[in-house]
Design a protein around this ligand. Sequence first.
Ligand code: Q9C
Ligand code: ZN
Length: 680
Amino acid sequence: MKMGTALIYDEEMTKYKLLWVDPACKIEVPERLIVSYEALVKSGLADRCVSIPVREATEAEILLAHSEEYLEAVKKTPFMHLEELMTFTQKYGDVYFHPNIYHCAKLAVGATLQLVDNVMTGKVRNGMALVRPPGHHSQSSAANGFCVFNNVAIAAQYAKKHHKAKRVLIVDWDVHHGQGVQYCFEDDPSVLYFSWHRYEHQSFWPNLKESDFDNVGSGKGAGFNVNVPWNKVGMGNSDYLAVFFHVLLPVAYEFSPDLVFICAGFDSAIGDPEGHMSATPDIFAHLTHLLMNLADGKVCAVLEGGYNLTSLAQSVCQTVQTLLGDPAPRPAQLGGACESALESIHSARSIHKKYWSCLQHAAAPFPEEPSSKLRRLAQQGGSQGPEGDAGGDAQREEPEKVEEKEEEEIVWPEPLRRVAPSLRSALLLPDAAECPDGCARFSPAHGPGPLERARLRKSYLKESEDEASVTLLYNLTALLGQMEKNEIRNGLALVPDVSMAATLLTSASLSKRVLLVWVGEGPVPSQIIEEEKTLVVHIDSMEPHEAQSKYYIPIPLKKGCGDTAGVVQAVLGLLLPLGYQYEPGLVLLARPPRCQVEGGLWQQLTCLLQGLALGHTLVLLQENETAPVGITASALLGNPAPSLGPLVAPGPEDVGSFEGLRLRLQTDWPLLQTTAPEKR
Ligand code: Q9C
Ligand code: ZN
């Protein structure tokens, strides 16, 4: 099931620009597209993509999201003189026209539709369209914010109409609110629109009250519009991940889209003169990765904003490289979200709790009388904020006002080169077991010497065990060794005793930190729990009990691991934040005997965990339970996990106990926080 990543680009879309002086529009330059594409070529990423030609969208296609009057008006712009163009431009906000922009706007829509066609027909798995003009601000009858036609809104309508997409998710990580997309799908429950955006209590462009968190959609579409406003600048990696873990992903998994669009604007990255945020380009690798197991992997990323050319080009590369399947970089030093971000997260979760069962136990809304919003608006001075880095402190301080820096002066380290080991997945199987297609059977260069045999036997085996067991233990450590040398990315071992193998591997690992995910019946060997360098997350149907240690985290589920919605909730809201904060060098995923996790869910778990530890995941399966071998191997090879379908409500007592667990753990693990400190 090897499928490619589409890259859709045409130089023609660089061939329009601002022809007069307008400070609001001067940042939207042709170089944005040129540097992005050149960076993809230079890094070798463009070559690895399937290049697909652009086309002009038809009028019928444009009319999927725009009025005839507006189309007719824009259609006349190629024939206008400078004066006329300027006059026409003045009808709209923060946008400019050029004799060639209508052509480019049709190509931008057409490029997006080409991407949808190729993804929906399975010619490629996913892809990115590098387009100009951007789209998400444009409305039925208005150009706005550098946007002429709403590329993604049109494409979502098109996917519903021509590819029978039933549910479409649009993730707008651009730093501006895509109000055009919001308006288009306001009352439509088949399109879930998520956007975070610089807002500063409505003082930031486009200054709309409908960009606030309480705009949830209307009529049948109520609950299908999720806004997370940033009320401070300087938001960083931890803030972005916290919103994904605690707002977007739970809702997205419950929604279960059959197609995902990313309004991929990179003005939300560090150094951007519009966004003033501090998230680094490598965070887009993780944001992308976290979306890639929705909709059977059908992800269409479409460029929107991004005005710092360096930050933009790096971020585009991170996104495309992740779509191609390379391991994501280790996100370093995550703290918790800052206080202002936590307020936004809390607000979004509480306003949406009546629409999404995954949020049913979220904290109540702030007791804020409606007038206080207005009062704050009136009091508001200029924007405040840190621009600082997210920092690894347990409780991230609210940013203090720092010396205003021109965004151009801000520097950050270039993202590290991401190297995929030449061998993706190695399987350690008993000779009798069949090796799934596309996988390599692991066999070390040479066997253990007599000393090594004696040591392994003494430490891990009973006297009665045969030589084959010693060889297996040796092979396990050899596989681990090659993963740690980055010669092999991930692995799977079919072992007679998962407990013993897990004990061996946690003690043999050179990694300073190992994350052990134990899914099903325990007990987890006490030797491992006592090992401080191992963070153990244990998901099962045990009795809820106080965690004895910061590093042993039992997540109890009433109905056990067979409760798919409950496990998803535990994985997204607890396991992933813990894992991201822990920064493991190795992830061990153990499936003890009689594990009840359903196949698709197991694949989701295996896929999602690969965002950690540079993709170094080692899965332990019980020898006599060979059924999961094929699906596990598929997940390790980078195939997207199958969609779980819309999720029902998880057991209410479970959700309640997760919230209790979160409250107890969030001092040690601030990425678990979902509410601002004094408002808990
Ligand atoms: N200081 C996109 O990112 N406001 N559009 C400019 C300049 C308009 C952004 C104010 C920003 C539009 C696609
Ligand atoms: Zn933007």
